[in-house]
Write a protein that binds this ligand. Structure first.
Ligand SMILES: [Zn+2]
Length: 226
């Protein structure tokens, strides 16, 4: 839970700082307009994603037909993920996914008519953050393509942040952390998450979904660690 002082900083102090020192575009240095994040619209329209697409890929011991990420987890994209998760800028997934679709780098034919399953957050985390970033990503995808979003999974155990854990610790950390909600999944499913690192989280989600009879075909993430 956030302390009261942190809420004051977020809701009062930061907006005041922005009023007197507006954000500048990271690329051209121009003042960002309302709704622009990190890059102005003009620079964003020239942003190169460097998408990562892998077919018949195995990650963390789990086999997928494909793994797709919009780009590498560094630079501007890493900052977008950070601003989305830790500063609550919920417009980011829609902005990135819309642009990716416009320039034709979304793996549309693999996503179309699939069921998108966001990696769930623990309910305490959702209360703290106010949203699940994987869910707003899935919704942004579904509004561009003919796929639906289903919160088929729930997190039943609080897990440690993965950032400082080794690959083995990550596996242990998420083992048994997820369970199925009471729902019926008819179509092929794609797991959606913000960042792909060792893949232990998505592999554990896939294990639970497969046990429930789901045909898990792919993974979609905003970024992939190199
Ligand atoms: Zn710019």
């Amino acid at each position: 839970m956030k302390r009261f002082s942190e809420h004051i900083v977020e809701s009062v102090v930061n907006p005041l700082i922005k009023l007197f020192y507006p954000d500048e575009c990271r690329n051209c240095g121009g003042i960002l307009s309302f709704g622009e994040v990190i890059l102005c619209d003009s620079c964003f329209s020239k942003f190169e994603f460097q998408p990562k697409y892998e077919e018949d890929a195995t990650i963390s011991g789990c086999q997928f037909s494909y793994i797709f990420s919009l780009g590498i987890h560094n630079g501007i994209l890493q900052e977008y993920v950070h601003r989305m998760k830790y500063e609550g800028v919920q417009s980011i997934p829609k902005r990135l996914i819309t642009r990716a679709d416009e320039i034709g780098i979304l793996p549309s034919k693999f996503l179309r008519e699939k069921t998108l399953i966001p990696v769930p957050l623990h309910p305490a985390k959702v209360r703290e953050r106010g949203f699940n970033q994987a869910e707003i990503m899935a919704q942004a995808l579904s509004s561009r393509l003919e796929c639906d979003v289903l919160n088929a999974l729930k997190r039943i155990r609080y897990t440690l942040p993965m950032v400082e854990l080794s690959p083995e610790e990550r596996k242990r950390n998420v083992k048994g952390a997820f369970a199925m909600r009471n729902c019926n999944v008819q179509r092929e499913v794609v797991i959606v998450d913000d960042v792909l690192t060792t893949g232990s989280t998505v592999a554990e989600c896939a294990r639970i979904l497969k046990e429930a009879g789901c045909d898990v075909v792919g993974i979609f993430t905003l970024t992939r660690a190199n």
